[in-house]
Ligand binder design. Structure first.
Ligand code: UD1
Ligand code: CA
Length: 462
């Protein structure tokens, strides 16, 4: 049978009262990205962006801004009168669409690609009016219950709030993921009535409505209930985050990355890591970070929105943000690359060195106790321990340009704007305020005076 046209609608308009948050529920993060992005990414595995629609309401501007890069379309639900009402808001945009319409909830971020595929397969095989993804939960509290007739056909979904005592005990639950025959959904959706204690228009009522109209709904029961977890509270948010992290680590390990004590490591969903890289315990790899092959990332590092090329060593407890580190460089332990740094090949950055908006040329070194801000450092230069670029005069920032193969002695203070020429030399302990020409030695410190016997004389006075 040929594939049918496919539309996906993601419901993300609710506030999520049970989160007790000022922030809309779908904007909370699990696996390093917002709940709703997790769902959109799953949707885009089976549909193209022009077929994916997101219903927004609470903090619609923020939700839409986050999802804009995915190229999906939005429609708004200004008042949240239930999941059925949310769908209705898209009627003018969607009711002419043929084929299948899959509904996903923005607070259900763990859905596996395999299950979505299985849903498509089942639709092809059954051509049902609706297919509902269900699972069995030991504790079904909070979920809609699947009511079956004697021959195990689904006849209704009953929300917990509206359930009879017998229905309350049912352990098969509604995941909130359905696929509908699009034409039938739009034909009957207007007949949903807010006949329930919450006075909401429940999309779940469609099952009973379709059945009364003589159509068949079926279930697709998923074995692993964890992938259907709906996030309503921060407790569930933490559970979802853990599951997404575990999945990510496992995926990377199967692709050849060593992760030590993976249960302590947090890697965001979109991070990439090359084979034979070792990731130490308690490390966090966040945002759009890309790490090459054969790297060593020691324990306790936090690397965010950065590119680390092949063969780089990042020693323990280093923090790298929005920076590029080229191949073969050594960073840390205890280094901080604050933002917008570019580290060329084979650079050494040691402990307690902070860099901001700084470029280090190939083979340059800053091994101990430095602040290098708004600086360009030429290749093979050596920045001595305790060197500070004074890039801020209290009002504005100024640059420091250090040529190639320079030697900056320990504890030097480089007052920007400043240029040190190629192969120049700065004596230890200097305060440098003026340009140093190439090949020159700069000494910016008081000359040493020795007063013979003076210390002894002071001692004898006491
Ligand atoms: C819903 C289902 C329930 C199911 C559970 C699975 C209904 C009536 N109930 O309950 O059967 O077991 O999910 O997790 O559908 N939303 C809107 N507009 C609204 C209301 C909700 O966009 O007016 C969105 C929310 O942002 C959320 C999703 O729909 O992403 C689900 O809403 P929620 O209130 O969490 O539904 P549940 O009570 O969990
Ligand atoms: Ca929910």
């Amino acid at each position: 049978m040929e594939d049918q046209a496919l539309t996906i609608v993601i419901l993300a308009a609710g506030l999520g009262t049970r989160m007790k948050s000022k922030k809309a529920k779908v904007l909370h993060r699990a696996g390093g990205i917002t709940l709703v992005e997790n769902v959109v990414q799953s949707a885009l595995k089976i549909a193209t962006p022009e077929n994916v629609f997101v219903v927004t309401g609470h903090q619609a501007d923020e939700v839409e801004a986050i999802l804009k890069p995915y190229g999906v379309t939005f429609f708004r639900q200004l008042e949240q009168k239930g999941t059925g009402h949310a769908m209705l808001m898209g009627e003018s945009m969607l009711s002419e669409r043929k084929g299948r319409l899959i509904v996903l909830y923005g607070d259900t971020p763990l859905l596996s690609d395999g299950t979505l595929q299985a849903l498509l397969e089942r639709d092809k095989a059954t051509r049902s009016a609706a297919t509902v993804i269900t699972t069995i939960l030991e504790d079904p509290t909070g979920y809609g219950r699947i009511v079956m007739d004697d021959s195990h056909h689904i006849i209704a979904i009953v929300e917990q709030k509206a359930a009879t005592l017998d229905q309350y005990k049912i352990k098969e639950i509604n995941s909130g993921i359905y696929s509908f025959d699009s034409a039938l959904l739009w034909k009957y959706i207007h007949t949903i009535k807010p006949n329930n204690p919450a006075k909401e228009y429940y999309l779940t009522d469609m099952i009973e409505i379709l059945r009364h109209a003589g159509h068949h709904a079926v279930t697709l029961r998923v074995e692993d209930p964890s992938e259907l977890l709906g996030i309503n509270s921060r407790v569930e948010l933490a559970v979802a985050d853990k599951i997404l992290r575990d999945r990510k680590s496992k995926e990377l390990m199967l692709d050849g990355v060593t992760i030590e004590y993976p249960e302590t490591v947090q890697i965001d969903r979109q991070v990439k890591v090359g084979p034979d890289t070792i990731v130490g315990p308690l490390t966090q790899l966040r945002g759009n970070t890309v790490i090459g092959e054969d790297c060593y990332i020691g324990a306790g590092c936090i690397i965010e929105d950065s590119t680390i090329e092949d063969g780089v060593e990042v020693h323990p407890y280093s923090i790298i943000n929005k920076s590029v580190v080229e191949s073969g460089s050594h960073i840390g332990p205890f280094a901080r690359l604050r933002q917008d740094n570019h580290i060329e090949q084979g650079v050494h950055i040691g402990n307690f060195v902070e860099l901001k908006n700084t470029r280090m040329g190939a083979g340059a070194k800053a091994r101990h106790l430095s602040y290098l801000g708004d600086a360009t450092i030429g290749e093979k230069s050596n920045i001595g321990a305790g060197t500070i670029t004074c890039n801020y005069d209290g009002k504005k920032k100024a640059p420091t340009r250090i040529g190639r193969e320079t030697f900056v002695g320990s504890n030097s203070t480089l007052v920007a704007p400043l240029t040190l020429g190629d192969e120049s030399y700065v004596g230890a302990g200097s305060v440098v305020t003026e340009e140093v020409p190439a090949d020159a030695l700069a000494l910016g410190r008081a000359r040493q005076v020795n007063k013979e016997g003076y210390a002894k004389k002071l001692r004898e006075q006491d």
